[in-house]
Design a protein around this ligand. Structure first.
Ligand SMILES: [Zn+2]
Length: 253
């Protein structure tokens, strides 16, 4: 379990001894930015946030009488942390084996893996609608197959991102110096504003293309506005009015 604990408000003198019974009420559920959060109200002084394996379920324990607006703003303040933990969990989840008949997502759509025996160079391709064909030798390991699938993801991501980059550079009146792809554990993308370089997370190839477009627009917008303040949101609203929905879709996973 990856969790974080932090005090709530000024320290109070009220003691909560080890023997004080902790009363639990029924669980409530709230949704913030598309992430469902289990809310437990308890006789506690602290706000306790947890991201639970294996699926990144989010649970928050809060003092009994803490108003819901304060609960929400506390969770929002920790939202980057929640996303980071969820990405880390996804990265360390049960390893995929990429065997014949297994499913892997590509652009949000499950694709079935077909293994083809081949003595030539190992390769991966989208052979038909919903089919990823891996050409491998007889004794291929999961690692070899993973490398092939990731190679395919990289190639797909680059070819889908290139026209989006051109489209949005033109629309926003900015120019990125280059676009690169890598595996990232804490972010969907990043932008080095000083040199105009944009990085995309390889994982984006698993998500719907609307999510990729959102990340491309987000990172290019950083060439206009470095931070994530109201000016950044205003640029995003003008460029891609439904960006919040796309962001939600991306975080829903
Ligand atoms: Zn950003």
């Amino acid at each position: 379990m990856i969790s974080s604990m932090f005090g709530w408000g000024p320290a109070r003198s009220q003691r909560v001894g080890a023997r004080t019974p902790v009363k639990r009420l029924a669980t409530e559920e709230i949704t913030i930015n598309g992430v469902r959060i289990e809310l437990l109200r308890k006789e506690i002084k602290n706000f306790h946030l947890s991201v639970l394996p294996p699926d990144g379920r989010v649970r928050v324990s809060v003092p009994m009488r803490l108003p819901i607006e304060r609960v929400i703003s506390a969770i929002e303040a920790r939202f980057e942390w929640i996303l980071t933990q969820r990405l880390r969990l996804a990265a360390t989840a049960e390893p995929e084996l990429f065997l014949d008949g297994d499913f892997v997502p590509l652009w949000g759509v499950p694709h079935v893996i077909e293994l083809v025996r081949g003595n030539d160079k190992a390769q991966a391709c989208v052979a038909a609608l919903g089919v990823i064909e891996l050409t491998v030798g007889s004794g291929s390991t999961a690692e070899v197959r993973r490398t092939l699938v990731e190679g395919l993801y990289r190639q797909q991501l680059k070819s889908q991102a290139a026209p989006l980059l051109l489209k949005w550079e033109y629309a926003l009146g900015v120019k990125a110096s280059e676009l690169r792809v890598r595996k990232m554990t804490t972010r969907w993308g990043s932008c080095n504003v000083a040199v105009g370089r944009i990085w995309l997370n390889l994982e984006l190839a698993r998500r719907p293309q609307e999510c990729l477009e959102y990340v491309v627009v987000h990172e290019l917008t950083h060439l206009l506005e470095a931070g994530h303040g109201p000016r950044f949101s205003a640029h995003m609203d003008r460029a891609l009015p439904n960006w919040r929905d796309r962001k939600r879709q991306l975080n829903e996973g």
